[in-house]
Design a protein around this ligand. Structure first.
Ligand SMILES: O=P(O)(O)OC[C@H]1O[C@H](O[C@H]2O[C@H](CO)[C@@H](O)[C@H](O)[C@H]2O)[C@H](O)[C@@H](O)[C@@H]1O
Length: 649
């Protein structure tokens, strides 16, 4: 049922009628000449804009995320755009986990404004050269969708920050959600340009695009959709404060598989589905399934990983090696603690600095001996809160340096500007410890990158000459509120809100024996190496495939009888049934015959007539199982059919 207030919103939005839940009574499917189920609307809309068919042997994987994994620069003198794939991005790296016969297509925004006159040409170029399909959001929509709704509303809430109710500026502004709806529809429309058949899979990423599954399902019932949430999913007590909580949950449930970084996030999601939507779930063969309108939506817990090969090859670069040497020379004899964070209010950077300040206050012997190198990546959002957090970091760092520093020694080295990736790699390789002190973070891959880089290589070993003390060692201090924490059993786990905890952990790191450093490193290294980005992607892809197979290829079919009609409710695999089978059903009926698609949509006569004659008959198709009686009864509220009695055969 669509909430009436929500319906108003959609009317204002002037988008198609939009229902967040199944069954979606949209356009009927047809059997095309090659036996593929598709949407007539889609077929015609593809005529002009299609991005081309995948060669027959390739299966398309359409990866959709807010940003395309590209760097783009406009030459102001010539007006020419240049685009380069960013190999350091997770989205590019995940394709290593896909089967070799996959064609990976990316859909997302470029994060720059492109003049409408240039958009077509750029789209063609990006598809041809990089298999990327850009979404172009008008500047105002981009602002409202990304900066105002995603970054100011969803991002804080998903990181456990409740709006401040006495501040009017914090009240929920429905027009911003409307922008979110519109933007998600634009992304979904672009995805549909890339989908060729029901063999293709769509993998939607992160909290920016939580309505995409519904827009896709509405277009193509049998579309295979996976969704992965990179950010945390908060406790239901936090989530339920979101005024559009049901719409978002229902939309996510239009995916076939929903992935989470940790067990806790999945647990919170399940609590929300049960408390807010009254849905049941069960664990089947190691998977959690939620029954939703005749479909089973699978849940998966699988933390993202890093691209080990990429990090190893970056580590080998001569520029990296000489940077490692430079850093080691600068900080020789000191314990180097490294922090790498985005400038964001949830990264707990000031709390980390306060921990260091307390350590130096309590432990005079460490003054002059310990350095925190804090790399701060530029902020991605533009809120006042981020500016304040940044100013606070700068002023606390300054205070510590004034108090405990000297001409030759600064306890805090703040790098608050972009540095090339190889330099970051060099800092990892040269640091004794890495600290992640976020008060909330979906996963955080920094400890994984650090661990791989600390494994080093021959060139780095040579640099260290006879001083082997830092070879193949690493130490981690990790907040208990970040997703990677459970996987790092050898890390010092801290409550980031406790300055004492952080100070103690820093002290313990300074006190570790060489043996312990090796042991902790080894444990983490083995885990990170085996759970890399390809493992994550492969595992998600296989589970999506499995979830869809179970969903869409059941061979059972269901039949219902009424006084003057007969209902054939078709199972997802119905198109595998032979035309003869249909014919015999017609004959037996002797009455009005109604065919319903598996999700309750009326199947038109014309579609059945088109069933290709070369389709194979399935002898065991006589099994008649009504899997969800209530669902079927609800679905039959069409035309003049008011009541029915359903018989199992
Ligand atoms: O800042 P946004 O444009 O809204 O993007 C959100 C963040 O996305 C990425 O982080 C998320 O995915 C990571 C990999 O799974 C995970 O480690 C992290 O916890 C998630 O928040 C990106 O790495 C961040 O820079 C973005 O801020």
């Amino acid at each position: 049922m669509v909430l009436s207030s929500y319906q108003n919103l959609l009317d204002m939005c002037s988008e198609d009628a939009f229902d967040f839940q199944q069954p979606l009574r949209s356009l009927p499917c047809v059997v095309t000449s090659h036996g593929i189920i598709s949407d007539p609307d889609l077929e015609s809309s593809n005529d002009g804009n299609s991005v081309g068919s995948a060669p027959p042997c390739l299966k398309r994987k359409v990866v959709v995320a807010n940003s395309l994994p590209l760097n783009c620069i406009k030459d102001e003198a010539t007006g020419e755009w240049s685009f380069a794939v960013d190999d350091n991005q997770l989205l590019i790296q995940l394709k290593d986990g896909f089967p070799i016969d996959s064609e990976v297509i990316y859909v997302g925004s470029l994060n720059v404004q492109v003049d409408p006159s240039e958009q077509d040409q750029i789209s063609q170029k990006l598809f041809k050269e990089h298999k990327c399909i850009p979404t172009f959001l008008p500047a105002d929509l981009q602002q409202r969708f990304y900066h105002s709704f995603c970054k100011q509303k969803l991002w804080p809430l998903f990181h456990y920050m409740l709006p401040v109710f006495h501040d009017k500026g914090e009240l929920f502004d429905r027009s911003l959600f409307q922008a979110y709806v519109r933007a998600n529809k634009i992304f979904a429309d672009k995805v549909m340009e890339a989908v060729n058949s029901d063999e293709d899979c769509v993998w939607v990423h992160d909290y920016h695009l939580m309505l995409v599954p519904t827009f896709l399902r509405k277009k193509l019932h049998r579309i295979k959709v996976g969704f992965f949430l990179h950010s945390p999913f908060p406790s239901s007590e936090i989530y339920r404060t979101l005024p559009v909580r049901d719409e978002i949950l229902k939309s996510l449930l239009n995916a076939d598989l929903i992935g989470f970084q940790t067990f806790d996030y999945a647990r919170h999601f399940l609590s929300c589905c049960s408390r807010l939507l009254g849905l049941n779930y069960e664990s089947k063969r190691g998977h959690i399934g939620i029954e939703y309108f005749g479909r089973t939506v699978c849940l998966k817990i699988l933390a993202a990983g890093v691209h080990v090969g990429r990090l190893e090859s970056m580590l080998k670069l001569p520029a990296t090696i000489s940077k490692v040497q430079e850093i080691e020379n600068i900080y020789r004899g000191k314990l180097v603690i490294l922090g790498v964070d985005d400038m964001d209010i949830f990264k707990g950077i000031s709390l980390k600095l306060l921990g260091l300040e307390l350590l130096l206050e309590r432990t005079p012997k460490l003054r002059g001996k310990i350095v925190l190198v804090q790399i701060v990546n530029p902020a991605r959002s533009i809120g006042k809160d981020v500016e304040e957090a940044k100013n606070e970091v700068i002023s606390v760092a300054q205070r510590i340096n004034d108090k405990y520093g000297s001409t030759n020694y600064k306890p805090v080295v703040l790098i608050d500007y972009s540095i090339p990736f190889y330099e970051k790699i060099a800092f990892y390789a040269a640091s004794d410890c890495c600290i992640v002190n976020a008060v909330r973070d979906g996963m955080n891959l920094i400890p994984y990158e650090y661990t791989i880089c600390r494994q080093g290589n021959e060139e780095i070993d040579k640099l260290r000459g006879s001083d082997k003390s830092s070879l193949h060692t690493s130490t981690l201090i990790v907040s208990e509120f970040v997703g990677c924490s459970p996987s790092l059993s050898g890390a010092f786990r801290v409550n980031p809100w406790s300055v004492e905890d952080v100070a103690d952990a820093l002290y313990n790191v300074a006190d570790l024996t060489q043996y312990e450093k090796i042991q902790r490193h080894d444990k983490h290294y083995r885990y990170v190496k085996s759970h890399d980005v390809a493992y994550w992607a492969r595992s998600f892809d296989l589970d999506l495939d499995r979830a869809c197979k179970e969903q869409y290829s059941q061979r059972c079919w269901t039949t219902g009888f009424g006084l003057n009609f007969r209902v054939i409710a078709l199972s997802p695999g119905f198109r595998k049934l032979s035309p003869e089978h249909f014919a015999s059903s017609y004959k037996k009926a002797n009455k009005r015959l109604i065919f319903l698609d598996y999700d309750g949509t009326l199947v038109p006569q014309s579609s059945l007539d088109k069933a290709p004659s070369n389709m194979k008959s399935i002898p065991d198709a006589k099994a008649t199982v009504i899997t969800n009686r209530k669902f079927l009864q609800n679905s039959i509220a069409i035309d003049d059919v008011k009541t029915t009695s359903i018989t199992n055969h």
